[in-house]
Design a protein around this ligand. Structure first.
Ligand code: ZN
Length: 219
């Protein structure tokens, strides 16, 4: 997307799904608030629940790659991450999902991640606000954190599934509870929520400094 630097667009990013319970609840809440988001999926869950992937796509949301086995790049070999990503992409391709974005597990990249993403035709992205953190906080705290840190181009991290190495159900609960007050707040402040792909050009290029796990502020 071009020339949107002045636009008050932000994105809501879900990861670790799909899940037949949480993803569907989140889809219903997003639909009720007229918000489009991005879902970074784990391919083994897409294999089990292809109908949920279809529901995400049919609702007009964006689907990106998260992972297969939730390999954290800095502690994995390039070969294993490559194989994991290729399997995940073939699963999504077989479900007629075209993937452009890659949110790596834990938002962490290794020195090889950038080249690998390019070879796979993907753009690495990450969040800029992680309001739920370890999911031990309250919904009020979550909303406070988002509203304090919010800027044009912010990407807000949330969860719609859980598995080994991923966040627990409490994070999904907070993610669901966050949607309504967050979208009300966005509307009141004149922000528009769009899929990550529509603001990804302003997002950190994770390949510039592979040692950085925390993304910088958007420009
Ligand atoms: Zn994850």
């Amino acid at each position: 997307m071009l020339n949107d630097a002045a636009a008050n667009t932000v994105a809501l990013s879900f990861e670790d799904g799909p899940d037949p319970v949480w993803t569907r609840r989140i889809l219903a809440s997003l639909d009720a608030s007229g918000t489009r988001a991005t879902f970074f999926v784990a391919s083994p869950r897409a294999v089990v629940w292809p109908e949920v992937i279809e529901e995400i796509a049919d609702a007009g949301h964006e689907i990106g790659l998260h992972c297969g086995r939730h390999l954290v790049h800095p502690s994995s070999s390039e070969a294993s991450v490559r194989q994991d990503a290729e399997v995940a992409l073939s699963v999504l391709s077989s479900q007629n999902v075209e993937v452009r974005l890659w949110l790596p597990p834990c938002g962490q990249v290794a020195p090889f991640s950038g080249d690998l993403a390019r070879r796979l035709g993907l753009q690495l992205v990450s969040w800029t606000i992680d309001p739920i953190g370890d999911a031990s906080g309250s919904i009020d705290g979550v909303i406070d954190r988002v509203t304090t840190e919010l800027n044009p181009g912010s990407i807000i991290r949330a969860h719609d599934g859980f598995d080994d190495g991923a966040r627990a159900a409490a994070a999904c609960e907070l993610s669901l509870e966050m949607i309504r007050p967050l979208t009300d707040h966005l509307e009141a402040r004149g922000y528009e929520a769009v899929p990550v792909g529509e603001i990804a050009s302003r997002v950190l290029d994770l390949t510039v400094d592979p040692s950085v796990a925390e993304p910088p502020l958007p420009v």
